[in-house]
Structures are given as structure tokens and as C-alpha cells.
Design a protein around this ligand. Structure first.
Ligand SMILES: [Ca+2]
Length: 302
């Protein structure tokens, strides 16, 4: 035999041996059977503060070949909320054996302490014409005025979408409606109308303006908050004034009766988003024409 033939025969023999070893491994070690997942209950209630491992409480997995593979169970996916009634999601649970066979099981996950998103507004949405035209309005420090907090995701203010801003003409004085839209990682959506006011700074500079502790409150249907409690003072001619009774002749007082709240558009019994209007009116001593300024409070009724 030529040396080439011997070499080729050698290669062939080596190839056959490798094949035989492979076949033998497959024959003796092949595991094509996935583990079996067992759970005490196919539903579980967890807290919004729990991490995903809480979903696996009471779930075990056993494999024909590997034995107990409970430490090889993971949450493979978690759907957004399903159904309307409660905060329910479906988790897909996966268990692996050492040959990477996978078993799947579904588990219904509910949150025992889920809360709707919370909103706050640190300043009224009220700007001089031509100023802060963006929609995602910020204060002087660059903080978003409208803030949203979610029990699952934390601060989601930066994810708020301002819809319908095409209709807002920040160059022309007026009150314009737009829509706030925000969703969390579980697919829960909050969407409601708000309004923004652009005013003529020349006209507004001499108007009294009511200052509030906050400019958006959330209450439960049936509650009736004391809206006057939110008033912290009045700004008039660039001066912050206390509000007090007319008999209090101390300088720097804006009288009680000069401030009023109109909440006639608010239906405290029906969930929705409403606005109440605070008005501060001033008439000078010498038969001056009364001037008044308004500010709006957003009331979310849950
Ligand atoms: Ca197996």
C-alpha cells in the first residue's frame, strides 16, 4: 500500500472511532425528557415590592435523570395585566435539566397591594405666551412639573406623553386642552385630559394670583376635600400676601372674601378628572375697576 492509502485508511479509522464514541454517548447518556414542574397552587399573590423570585414560591421541578432540578427554575416571561377586574398577570415558568430540555408551566400572578399611579403637579400649568412651549413642562431647576409615580416602576414622570399638543397655541393667550398618557411595565394605562393656560404677561402682571400647596390632588369618590385648606396665600404686584379676615388690618393681608373657589364642574361622586378654579379679586380704594386672577386645581376622583 502506498503511504497515501495508509494515511487515508488511518483517517477513516479515526473517523469511525469518533462516530462510535458519539453514538455510544448518545445511547448511554441521551436525555430527551424535560423535567416535570409541580406547584402547590397555580395562582399566587405577591407584593408589588417583591422581585420575580416570589413568583416561584412553592414551585418545584423533578427530572427523570437529574433528580430534583428546583434550582433550575426561572420565570421565563410575565404578561401585562389580563382581564379588567384585578391586577392579574400570567407568568410562564421554565425548568431546565442538564441536557437543556425545557419544561414550561403557567402561573397566575396577582398583586395584593397594587395601587394606581399617583400624579402630582408642583406648579400650575400656566405660562406667559411664548414661554415653555414643549409639553413636558419643567420648572426653573429642570424638574418636570407633572410627576407620575408607579408602585411597580417608581418614578415614571419621564414616560408621560403629552398628546394633542398640536391644538395648543403657546403664542396666543388662552386655555388649551391636551391629554396625558402614561403606562407602566405591567401595561396599566392612565390617560386623562388636562389643560394649560398661556397668558399675556402684560395683562397678568397686575392680577392677584392664588398660591396653592399643590395643584393636583387625588381623592376617592364620595370624598369632598376642603379646597380652601390648600390655599397658602396670594401673590399680588409681585408680593406674597397672607390671607386673613378683613378685620385684620395688618399690612400685607389679602382678605378672605376676596378669594373664592369654584368647584361647580367637579362631580365628587363620579371617578374622573376635574378642575376647580380659584379666583382672587381686588378692587382698589378709589373706585378702581376690580381685577382678578385665576388658578386651576386638578382633582382626580378615583
Ligand atoms: Ca431530563
Amino acid at each position: 500500500m502506498s503511504r497515501l492509502k495508509i494515511f487515508s485508511l488511518g483517517l477513516l479509522i479515526i473517523g469511525v472511532i469518533i462516530c462510535l464514541i458519539g453514538l455510544a454517548r448518545t445511547y448511554f447518556h441521551n436525555d430527551a425528557t424535560p423535567p416535570v414542574i409541580t406547584m402547590e397552587e397555580d395562582t399566587i399573590a405577591i407584593s408589588v415590592s417583591d422581585d420575580e423570585s416570589a413568583i416561584l414560591q412553592g414551585v418545584t421541578a423533578a427530572d427523570e435523570k437529574d433528580g430534583d432540578v428546583t434550582d433550575r427554575i426561572v420565570v421565563s416571561s410575565l404578561t401585562p395585566f389580563v382581564g379588567d377586574e384585578q391586577a392579574e398577570r400570567i407568568a410562564v415558568i421554565a425548568a431546565f435539566d442538564s441536557s437543556n430540555n425545557i419544561a414550561f408551566a403557567k402561573r397566575s400572578v396577582t398583586y395584593s397591594d397594587y395601587q394606581p399611579m399617583k400624579f402630582s403637579l408642583s406648579q400650575p400649568l400656566r405660562f406667559p405666551v411664548g414661554d415653555r412651549t414643549s409639553g413636558a413642562w419643567v420648572d426653573d431647576r429642570g424638574e418636570l412639573l407633572l410627576q407620575a409615580t408607579d408602585c411597580l416602576d417608581g418614578d415614571i414622570s419621564s414616560q408621560i406623553q403629552y398628546l394633542g399638543m398640536d391644538a395648543v397655541d403657546s403664542k396666543a393667550p388662552g386655555v388649551y386642552s391636551f391629554t396625558v398618557h402614561v403606562s407602566n411595565s405591567a401595561g396599566d394605562v392612565e390617560e386623562f385630559p388636562l389643560s394649560v393656560e398661556y397668558y399675556d404677561p402684560k395683562e397678568a402682571s397686575n392680577l392677584p394670583r392664588v398660591e396653592l400647596e399643590e395643584y393636583l390632588i387625588t381623592i376617592n369618590a364620595g370624598e369632598e376635600p376642603d379646597l380652601e385648606d390648600l390655599i397658602t396665600g396670594v401673590t399680588f404686584r409681585n408680593t406674597e400676601l397672607e390671607i386673613g379676615p378683613r378685620t385684620d388690618l395688618a399690612a400685607g393681608t389679602f382678605y378672605d372674601e376676596q378669594v373664592s373657589v369654584d368647584d361647580s364642574d367637579v362631580d365628587y361622586d363620579t371617578p374622573g378628572v376635574y378642575e376647580a378654579t380659584y379666583r382672587a379679586a381686588y378692587a382698589g380704594d378709589k373706585d378702581e375697576e376690580e381685577v382678578s386672577g385665576t388658578v386651576r386645581l386638578v382633582i382626580i376622583v378615583r
